[in-house]
Design a protein around this ligand. Structure first.
Ligand SMILES: [Zn+2]
Length: 241
């Protein structure tokens, strides 16, 4: 009998944009981490076949944070799925995800007229009609989810106030969300343009140092498995200017 390891890093390439959601499962539960841009539901469904799964198998979705490329297809998935889905997010990002506060970044009011005009119409439409959905379970730093021998929630603010990363104990995998970015197999700090509090983002990276991490999954850039601890130690020493 083949035993699956129960974690699969997905790659979705669409409109020259590449993202890496993750699914983690065991006998009872199947968790999807992050949902892509609006309009990505079918792509997610198709790529889940890599793990012999489909959207119908999902029991829960975890959002690492409120950004539109992470929450985008959640409303469509909730509409399409007939089963009950637990939706997890950190308490500090929940009001944005549920539409009670405007999204911190995809907010038309924060654009200059020139920046706004430069956006493609499809993005303008999304920013004017941001995705929103109810979160069922709010997460806190240090919380454990009993899925596939345990996921530990690490609150990693900076990129957004309620950003979380996830440590999967069994595979020593850190699912970093946007707390880190990977470029050509190297870990980097999150993009300052999209990270309102870089000092806090660096403090958050320091939190990773206590975990025996063997590989890091960056939503932008994919898997990094070479000298991960050294790379994290170097990044944790970064200074903002
Ligand atoms: Zn983000």
């Amino acid at each position: 009998m083949t035993e699956l390891k129960g974690i699969e890093i997905l790659t979705i390439e669409k409109d020259s944009f590449v993202i890496h959601p993750t699914i983690i499962w065991d006998d009872k539960q199947t968790l999807l981490i992050d949902t892509g841009m609006p309009g990505y539901m079918e792509d997610i469904n198709l790529i889940m076949a890599k793990a012999n799964k489909s959207l119908e198998d999902l029991t829960a979705i975890l959002l690492t944070h409120q950004d539109i490329d992470h929450i985008g297809s959640l409303p469509d998935i909730l509409t399409a799925c007939t089963q009950h889905l637990t939706i997890y997010a950190h308490k500090e990002d929940i009001p944005y995800i549920e539409g009670n506060l405007p999204l911190l970044k995809a907010n038309p009011a924060k654009f200059t007229e020139k920046q706004w005009e430069a956006l493609p119409d499809s993005l303008k439409f999304i920013y004017l009609h941001p995705p929103k959905a109810q979160v069922t379970d709010s997460l806190e730093d240090g919380q454990l989810l009993a899925i596939n021998e345990g996921l530990e929630i690490i609150h990693t603010p900076g990129h957004t106030p309620g950003h979380i990363s996830i440590f999967h104990k069994k595979s020593n995998t850190l699912i970093a969300g946007d707390a880190l970015v990977a470029v050509n197999g190297k870990l980097q700090l999150p993009n300052p343009v999209h990270t309102p509090d870089m000092d806090l983002a660096i403090q958050s990276i320091k939190k990773f140092l206590k975990y025996p991490i063997k590989q890091v999954v960056c939503y932008h850039g994919g898997i990094v498995s070479d000298n991960v601890i050294e790379q994290l130690q170097d990044l944790a020493k970064s200074k903002t200017v």
